[in-house]
Design a protein around this ligand. Sequence first.
Ligand code: ZN
Length: 261
Amino acid sequence: MQPGKLTILGSGSALPTFQNSPSGQVLELCDKSFMIDCGEGIQLTMRRMGIKTARLYSIFISHLHGDHCFGLIGLISTLDMMGRTQPLHIYAHADLEKLLRPWLDYHCTEMHYELIFHAINPRKREVIFSDRTVTVETIPLHHKVPCCGFLFTEHHRDSEPRKRYAYCSDTMYKASIAEQIDGVDVLFHEATFTDQWESRCKATMHSTARQAADIARLAHAGRLIIGHFSSREDNHDIFLQQASEVFPVTELAVERKSYTI
Ligand SMILES: [Zn+2]
């Protein structure tokens, strides 16, 4: 079996910049391709990189702030124009379907594939997907709106140890998050702000790079990837420097870069 591969499509936060797109990534694991969050413009980055949209199996949306889901309606429409026929599964808060339905009914009246919405409760830890190769569980987080991360666990990897990847989207710092992902191989954790913006960080219920690193440390993570960078700080080396002081095995989420899981 091929090792897992994570590709960053967007590593910025709410305000798109020339440097960063809003959140989005693709995880290729166990011969399946999962999208995690879908900010505006993500589909273009995906196509520029030659990531095969036909292989996209399902989409997981952490919460309904626009920078995590504004790209969905465009992607859904594009997949139809590209001739998709296989169903597409979308896992998100129940309100997502309510919000998208009028757009789908207006713009996508003759869809050639089926959209299957799975309503998740972001406040509850639960298995939301499982097949013979991989399980996906929610990771309840603490944000201004209901929000959860996702923990992907391989069932089997030949004779090699199974791999686990955790995606922790928007959240304020809570040490208890680490207990939910103890021993994870690779952790992506939002790091919206540097130390300098700590009060803004609290007010918006986000994490600093240092706090993200502390979660990685408490969780005994193998590696940490930080992203969701605020447009207020364009020198990302500062995020890396502050996180690395707490957790040395930290990397920046760089758009259009892939990471082995
Ligand atoms: Zn948010």
